[in-house]
Design a binder for this molecule. Structure first.
Ligand code: NAD
Ligand code: TDX
Length: 332
């Protein structure tokens, strides 16, 4: 394998993967990204021009995608509309990019016999009760709650159908909540860090009891590379690092790390349909492919992430104003 077509490589996790591949392999990367509001033109800055090429375009553009899939050894598909709150305001781009876009890529990979890896989320499984030790596995039935998660579930099912019906050499990974540098400030952790930097109190939806299973974006990248290189075609692997925390604990940790009173946050209206708890059983990935996460100290990872947002205000300042203007319309 030498040329990877990475869709959504100018976004948070996709750009992290590109940096990871560049420093851990000799692969060449072609990034296909539409540079939506969620992307950053500087996400790929500083990477060697002879190994990374950025193609600005839409994954629903069949002609463009066909050309790129023909010359790639594998497609690693990150591009998506990704924010649950946005999907509750306007689901249309979620259906277009997550479903039609994935379909377009699958057809291109089928035509050219290109290896395909589909990046997905644990949210396709719905949620778990708070008072139950159960975790999601690859056998958990799909039960998505939001327009975002239902379009991701739809895209996963398309991939499964292309494997079974057309013999496409594809794998799927469903990962838990990521954190780390370059995450858009609409998302929970960077929103609260940048609020505190701006002297604004963090905002907790509802009671703050909802649990997310946090993983550092670098650990997500190492898992995806492992699946791409050693995963069995047709298989689904769940990615997680046993990082369950409720949202109130996370806000209190951010405030403490940033030298503030840990109770200096506000409760705001809950998210409609808010999933209660996500938790990943990653034993298949660990046992079958020998993967282990490296960044398991959440407080240390959070400290580094806070430091990154403090040092890179130029990167997020413009996006912050736009993200908060959207939240102002929903009472969040
Ligand atoms: P992001 O919103 O930060 O980035 C998405 C990228 O996709 C952006 O660069 C955007 O410009 C690009 N994009 C959007 N629509 C496009 C289109 N039609 N054509 C081409 N490019 C387009 O997202 P992220 O948080 O980095 O998530 C990346 C992937 O990982 C998504 O598939 C998401 O479902 C999945 N995922 C995310 C998380 C998480 O915690 N953020 C967890 C599990 C899985
Ligand atoms: O201001 C906030 N206050 C708050 O309490 C925001 C923005 C969020 N929250 C809560 C909602 C969630 O319980 O924090 C939790 C995390 O919220 P998000 O960052 O919006 O993430 P989530 O909805 O859990 O989805 C994320 O993880 C799975 C990604 O956005 C998805 O793309 C991924 O698939």
């Amino acid at each position: 394998m030498s040329t990877l077509l990475v869709t959504g490589g100018a976004g948070f996790i996709g750009s992290n993967f590109v940096h990871y591949v560049l420093s851990h392999t000799s692969h060449r990367v072609v990034v296909l990204d539409a540079l939506t509001y969620a992307s950053s033109g500087s996400a790929l800055q500083g990477l060697p021009a002879d190994r990374v090429e950025l193609v600005v375009g839409d994954i629903s553009d069949a002609a463009l995608v066909g050309d790129l899939a023909r010359t790639a050894d594998a497609v690693v598909h990150y591009a998506a509309e990704t924010h649950n709150d946005n999907s509750l305001v306007d689901p249309a781009p979620f259906v277009q990019t997550n479903i039609v876009g994935t379909y377009t890529l699958l057809e291109a990979a089928r035509l050219h016999g290109t290896r395909f890896h589909h990046i997905s989320t644990d949210e396709v499984y719905g949620d778990l009760p708070l008072d139950d030790p159960a975790k999601f596995t690859a056998d958990t039935p799909y039960n998505p709650s939001s327009p975002y998660s239902s379009t991701k579930a739809g895209s996963d099912l398309l991939v499964r159908a292309w494997v079974r019906s057309f013999g496409l050499e594809a794998t799927i990974s469903n990962c838990s909540n990521n954190y780390g540098p370059r995450q858009h400030v609409e998302k929970f952790i960077p929103r609260q860090i940048t609020n505190v930097i701006d002297g604004v109190r963090p905002r907790l939806y509802g009671k703050g009891e909802n649990v997310r299973d946090w993983i550092h974006a670098d650990d997500h990248s190492s898992a995806v590379l492992r699946i791409l290189e050693h995963g069995r075609p047709g298989e689904t692997y769940l990615i997680g690092a046993d990082g369950e925390k409720n949202n109130m604990e996370v806000i209190r940790a951010i405030l403490t790390e940033m030298g503030q009173d840990p109770s200096a946050y506000d409760h705001v209206a809950d998210r409609p349909g808010h999933d209660l708890r996500y938790a990943i059983d990653a034993s298949k990935l660990r046992d079958e492919l020998g993967w282990t996460p490296e960044f398991t100290d959440f407080e240390a990872g959070l400290r580094d992430t806070i430091e990154w947002y403090r040092k890179n205000e130029d990167w997020w300042r413009e996006q912050k104003a736009a993200a908060e203007a959207k939240y102002a319309n929903t009472g969040h």
